[in-house]
Design a protein around this ligand. Sequence first.
Ligand SMILES: O=C(O)CCC(=O)C(=O)O
Ligand SMILES: [Fe+2]
Length: 209
Amino acid sequence: MQFNLFANQVTSLAALPLPDADVLYQAGWLSAVESNQLAAQLQKELPWRQDSIKLYGREVKIPRLQSWHGAPHCHYQYSNLSLTPQRMTASLSHIQQRLQRELACQFNCVLANWYRDGQDGMGMHADDEPELGAQPVIASLSLGAARKFSFKHLASGKRTDFILEPGSLLVMRGATQQHYHHGLAKTRKPVSDRINLTYRYIIDPGANQ
Ligand SMILES: O=C(O)CCC(=O)C(=O)O
Ligand SMILES: [Fe+2]
């Protein structure tokens, strides 16, 4: 099933129809002008890199550019990759402050992904690393090209697709990562650049809890 959320112009955070999950969506969280400005600025100012992972003993380049930012303890690990955090930039911090205010929660790191065209994407996965805690809140801001974003319900195998429009905010929280995988499929359709920011909170093992 596929929903075109933009057609309904959700102007405040609204729950998506996904059983066992807690996912919110808001179109137009940033205006078209703000989205374009932010995308251009991030493309210019972030130290983008194309990392490789080991797949069946071979080094394979991941199909996107990434930039990882956050507090010094925020190490991000997946596959055989370990990313050391870069400092937040002023524009990344600005978005973080607004998200924290509106969602009433804390973030301390952000993964920026740059999908250069339809051949860039992200495989199905859950953001369930232990350092994110049991029920992480992940706030995902989309800029640039609209792309299809998929959820797969693990218990039923049912897949639900949504179009993430530029300027939209998607929030995954509660038990979403336990019950679903999500990903961004590649497409043969001609699509231009898309930038996505996922804000997260990584527990500091050195801090007094
Ligand atoms: O690009 C997206 O919309 C999703 C990115 C994502 O799932 C992630 O960074 O973990
Ligand atoms: Fe993810």
